[in-house]
Design a protein around this ligand. Structure first.
Ligand SMILES: [Fe+2]
Length: 463
């Protein structure tokens, strides 16, 4: 907030501005936006002289030569180009809790089911960058393959600095506190219950208008998020393209002595000084741009007769691997919805998955865990590690016999980052006091219901 106070804007005016921002609707569109009329060149991308004396700069989100349907790039028209800065130096102090190379020296492998209670928000002044810490991941940002799961716990706005990430795209899931994000392409307000994708390379600054703030981040080194194919579902359902919102051009023509670009490169932070605001893009066009999405707009599909559907039915966004149908990362949600299945164990089934599952909870309760999985907490069930409903959820469910009426799961939003890659865990979260060492006990009470006599079970009764 202090940073913006320097711009002589009152808190009330800022609240009003961020609450009433205009956005461009659509997923993967070729957008155009001008903060001043006529700022976009007509008929070409980099004329000898751009309108208003602006510099033209392209940001490439894919290799120049990828197939057209996958190609992502934007052209930015700015007061000074982003190259106008002093050399990069390793940041002092370094950031010791970020990893982009997952190997035996940086992280550990364990098949154990892991769960963490909500991570605390620091008492000392901590912004989004310093509030980030890696939980797990696989692969390498240098090899352009893999992912990392981070969380952030912070209480202060970024002041006099912008963050940029050369390693991958961030998909941020705020759990507590709004984010006011100023990017080179415009501004976004992102509230808990919404997500935002900030792609590799863009510079942005995050303010925390609500003070103490916490959330989850999945960083993907391999590519960009796309909407999942819908297959037999048809042309509609799940996340709808018009509900994705991209900012409109916004700029400040502002000298800013000592402004710092904090650049994440190979998991390390580097800084470079410049004397002007990086948010000086007067107009831009292209299909490589940040966007946000309100999870409440997701249109869930679900079983309407029997059996529990696979969680892939709730995929919001996916980063595919080179293997058909296999994701580097799927972002899946468990939103409010009706449960109507007959003669069915309605909570998630017990399972072992060749994919690895990191779960978080934004608000409410998760249907497979009666307690212990709290908003702001997390769990990790890795490749082929068994998991499923806890003892009390199982017992409560089967006690209903076959009398369960249609029921609505209300006021909850859990999510999963699911990956075909097997995550390694960072040492600090394995040593964290938030690690629930008794997690396994939520299943140890599961008792045998086996009986030697063959009695008609629910399924047979209804066949
Ligand atoms: Fe699972």
């Amino acid at each position: 907030m202090e940073k913006l106070a320097k711009l002589n804007i009152s808190e009330e005016d800022l609240e009003s501005e961020f609450s009433h921002l205009g956005y461009q609707s659509g997923f993967g569109n070729h957008f155009s936006s001008e903060a001043k009329p006529g700022a976009l060149p007509v008929g070409q991308n980099n004329p000898l002289k751009c309108p208003y004396g602006l510099y033209a700069e392209q940001v490439s989100g894919t290799a120049f030569t990828v197939p057209r349907k996958l190609n992502q790039r934007s052209w930015l028209y700015r007061i000074k180009p982003s190259v106008t800065h002093e050399p990069f130096h390793p940041r002092v102090p370094s950031h010791d809790y970020l990893i982009s190379e997952f190997n035996q020296s940086s992280s550990s492998a364990t098949p154990t089911q892991l769960r963490w209670s909500p991570f605390g928000i620091p008492d000392t002044k901590t912004n989004f960058i310093d509030g980030l810490f890696t939980i797990c991941g696989a692969g390498s940002s240098f090899l352009r393959h893999g992912f990392a799961v981070h969380m952030y716990a912070a209480n202060a706005s970024m002041e006099g600095c912008a963050f940029a990430n050369a390693d991958g795209d961030f998909l941020i899931v705020p759990q507590q506190g709004r984010l006011w994000i100023t990017t080179e392409l415009g501004r976004l307000q992102v509230s808990p219950g919404e997500i935002v994708v900030l792609q590799q390379g863009f510079r942005y600054s995050i303010d925390l208008p609500d003070g103490p703030s916490r959330g989850y981040v999945v960083e993907v080194f391999s590519g960009h998020f796309q909407l999942p194919d819908l297959g037999p579902i048809g042309a509609n359902g799940l996340a709808s393209p018009p509900d994705f919102l991209t900012p409109t051009a916004w700029f400040e023509d502002k000298a800013y002595p000592g402004y710092t670009i904090v650049h994440k490169f190979g998991g390390s932070l580097f800084t470079a000084k410049q004397n002007f605001s990086p948010f000086n893009v007067v107009a831009w066009h292209g299909n490589y741009a940040p966007y946000k999405y309100d999870l409440k707009k997701f249109c869930p599909f679900n079983t309407v007769l029997f059996d529990h559907g696979d969680p892939s039915i709730n995929t919001v966004l996916t980063v595919p691997s080179e293997k058909p149908g296999v994701a580097v990362v799927d972002f899946v949600i468990f939103p409010p919805r009706w449960l109507v299945a007959e003669h069915t164990f309605r909570p998630p089934y017990y399972h072992r998955n060749c994919m690895s599952e990191f779960m978080g909870l934004i608000y409410g309760n998760y249907e497979a865990k009666a307690d212990g999985f709290q908003p702001g907490g997390a769990s990790l069930h890795s490749c082929m590690t068994p998991h499923g409903p806890d003892t009390s959820t199982f017992e409560k469910t089967i006690a209903e016999e076959d009398d369960a009426k249609p029921a609505k799961i209300r006021d909850t939003m859990a999510f999963m980052f699911e990956s075909s890659l097997i995550p390694r865990i960072t040492p600090w979260v394995l040593k964290s006091p938030h690690l629930d060492n008794d997690y396994y006990k939520c299943w140890t009470g599961l008792k045998s219901h086996f009986h030697q006599e063959h009695l008609p079970e629910n399924g047979e009764l209804h066949s």
